[in-house]
Structures are given as structure tokens and as C-alpha cells.
Design a protein around this ligand. Structure first.
Ligand SMILES: [Zn+2]
Length: 72
């Protein structure tokens, strides 16, 4: 549990995260495992594509929804 403002995962970006990208690399993760990247409005597309072309992207969820779903 953390009070830190979540920051976008894009390289060099310090913007607040608005989106959560849930992904899984089948070569290294079990199928139900979810890694997450955070994205600001500007980088959501870029990061989604990066994961998407590799077939890793599972879900894109608004950060607030994601946090609510996690029960935080
Ligand atoms: Zn960003």
C-alpha cells in the first residue's frame, strides 16, 4: 500500500498515470500472471502498441477502475 502518485512507465515520462496496461509474456510468465505498466494519456497508445505487437497485451483499464478492482 502506497501513497505515492503513480507515474507513467514510459521512459523519461514523469506524468501521472491514468491507465493500467495488464500484460503477460507467455515465455516467462504463467498464463494467469499479470504484469502491469502504468501510462499517462499521452503514452497509452505507444505502450499499448509496444506490448500489442508482441502479443503480450491483455487488458487496458482506467487506473481508478484498476485500483477499485484490486480492492484498495
Ligand atoms: Zn507518459
Amino acid at each position: 500500500m502506497s501513497d505515492e502518485t503513480p507515474i507513467c512507465s514510459a521512459k523519461g515520462c514523469r506524468a501521472a498515470a491514468v491507465w493500467v496496461l495488464a500484460w503477460n509474456n507467455p515465455k516467462v510468465h504463467t498464463p494467469e500472471r499479470r504484469k502491469t505498466w502504468l501510462a499517462c494519456e499521452e503514452h497509452r497508445e505507444h505502450l499499448s502498441q509496444f506490448l500489442g505487437v508482441r502479443g503480450f497485451l491483455k487488458d487496458v483499464v482506467a487506473f481508478d477502475e484498476w485500483r477499485a478492482a484490486e480492492g484498495a
